[in-house]
Write a protein that binds this ligand. Structure first.
Ligand code: GLC
Ligand code: MG
Length: 521
């Protein structure tokens, strides 16, 4: 029985792993640098270690000796929106520690565009982005996945990180779905990039584009292996896109032209794009039995449209969306899975989390403010997964509200910080001094409103929680602070140990904190 499949990989280097029936169907490419796509037939009745590649007309003798660890196959159903399951991807996804430790399903995978979706370039104080960051740190970071999907190259993304309070995503999809990078160290998924070579010839694309004087080349950093980008005036765009698409297709190229933001034209391989890249990631997670309970995609412009077409996702179009995305939405027949937010950017994302009921949506600062008017009634709450991170975020938020003078100057507000510190708890400060926490917090009483005129802004990144024993929790995070105008940014690594204490806000008390400045901010 022959089944037609698509095979991804350099034919000369394809290996088939055979000893275990479980892995018999898995095919892996050894030579990553030189991968191409071929249609291949694969058969269960073939001799061991053999596959047939159409056009080659002979069975290829394939190497042996691949163990299961390297036998992650690259067989994709024809027509399905998925790419190869490369060992790179698997290692990449598994490098995300919350995935490795997922005893329970991943509650939410939030996939968001950056410019004018997560990041509001018109808000110098980044109010909603900071609010989103605190919600994410308090209630999602420990178990949910944050994915940034941007048109920017990794270089231009790094530049944005230095300007705006961006969290560190678990996965980054860059250059309009042509580059997938994992974890804080941005490990590239080479398997994905190889998958994009099908019908793609960059030089030919460039040569054709030279015939269109209306196309103005974008900067060098935005020209990528699988992305050629131009600026073009709005009223010329649709004609040029039509003509250019035809010329490229006549040359036998399989391309996709995407117009975004009313100014940018990207030419990509047909297999690329934000939607394709997300479908690929979801497929990898599914194969690892790690499908998130919910996926929310967020966008504002043309290159985000594809995100809403990925099977099973919910989507939000933020309140400030661009004309081209709104027009695309108007033409849709099925749109109940898409929410039109009233608010701009990150404000719209928070609205959507509430609208779809993905989980908590109350911002820690709002919760703290509510409580600062009254003494909370002790609850007999027992800490659960996430309680320790929430406690850490709430106390840090309460401190900022206090020094900025944004909460009422009440005992209830001050006690939210004081009463959760164990009697003998200590903190090592970034400048290398150890103090008893209760004493420090008492001295904070006088610092109410100290930063009223040069207001502090704080966000917590890479928040992780670990249960060390039945009643002991370790929380680690990166702490960032700056003035609301973005100046004086400083970063710290922080660690806290907390212990169960019935009656405290999150059922926890603080035992120890340690902060160390980052070498560079
Ligand atoms: C980002 C990229 C740019 C791209 C645009 C639209 O601005 O830097 O190259 O054209 O997104 O996708
Ligand atoms: Mg955008």
């Amino acid at each position: 029985m022959l089944a037609s499949r698509q095979l991804v990989g350099d034919v000369s280097a394809v290996r088939c792993y055979s000893p275990s029936p479980l892995f018999r169907r898995k095919i892996v490419s050894k030579n990553r640098a030189n991968c191409s796509i071929a249609n291949c037939a694969y058969s269960t009745s073939l001799p061991r270690n053999a596959i047939q590649v159409s056009g080659v007309r002979e069975w290829l003798k394939l190497g042996d000796g691949f163990g299961p660890a390297s036998a992650f196959g690259s067989v994709a159903q024809p027509g399905a929106r998925r790419g190869p399951v490369s060992h790179i991807t698997r290692a990449g996804i598994l490098s995300i520690d919350k995935v490795v430790s997922a005893e329970k399903p991943i509650p939410l995978m939030l996939v968001t565009d950056l410019d004018f979706t997560m990041v509001d370039h018109e808000d110098k104080e980044n109010v909603d982005q900071i609010r989103f960051n605190s919600l994410w740190a308090a209630d999602y970071a420990h178990s949910s996945l944050l994915v940034f999907s941007t048109g920017r190259s990794p270089e231009k993304y790094q530049q944005l990180r230095s300007e705006k309070p961006l969290l560190t995503p678990d996965i980054g999809i860059f250059s309009v779905g042509t580059e997938i990078l994992y974890g804080p160290s941005l490990e590239p998924d080479v398997g994905w990039e190889n998958h994009l070579n099908d019908g793609w010839n960059r030089d030919l694309v460039l040569r054709e584009c030279h015939n269109f004087p209306a196309l103005k080349s974008q900067e060098e950093s935005e020209q990528r292996l699988h992305k050629v980008s131009f600026y073009i005036e709005k009223d010329l765009a649709s004609e040029v896109v039509g003509d250019l698409t035809k010329r490229l297709e006549d040359l036998g190229l399989k391309v996709k032209l995407i117009y975004s933001g009313g100014y940018a034209l990207d030419i990509l391989p047909r297999r690329a794009g934000k939607g394709e890249a997300l479908a690929y990631l979801l497929q990898q997670l599914k194969e690892m039995k790690l499908t998130p309970k919910g996926t929310l995609v967020c966008g504002d412009s043309g290159n985000d449209a594809e995100l809403y077409t990925v099977e099973g996702v919910k989507g939000v179009i933020v309140g400030n969306a661009m004309e081209e995305l709104l027009r695309w939405y108007d033409g849709l027949q099925v749109k109940t899975h898409i929410f039109m937010a009233a608010q701009r950017c990150a404000g719209g994302i928070i609205e959507a989390i509430e609208h779809f009921g993905f989980g908590p949506y109350e911002i820690p600062a709002d919760r703290i403010l509510e409580l600062s008017h009254k003494t909370p009634t002790p609850k007999r709450s027992v800490p659960t997964r996430g309680s320790a991170t929430r406690e850490v975020v709430e106390v840090n938020t309460a401190l900022v509200l206090w020094v900025n003078g944004d909460c009422p100057n009440t005992d209830a507000a001050h006690n939210r910080i004081l009463k959760v510190m164990a009697e003998d708890a200590t903190m090592v400060y970034p400048w290398g001094e150890e103090r008893v926490l209760r004493k420090s917090v008492v001295s904070y009483k006088d610092k109410y409103g100290l930063k009223k005129h040069a207001r502090l802004q704080v966000w917590m990144d890479c928040v992780k929680e670990q249960k060390l024993a039945d009643n002991i929790f370790l929380v680690t995070w990166q702490y960032w602070q700056q003035l609301t105008n973005g100046e004086n940014r400083k970063g710290y690594f922080a660690t806290a140990i907390l212990r169960t204490k019935v009656g405290n806000p999150n059922g926890l008390e603080w035992l120890r904190v340690h902060e160390t400045p980052r070498a560079s901010s």
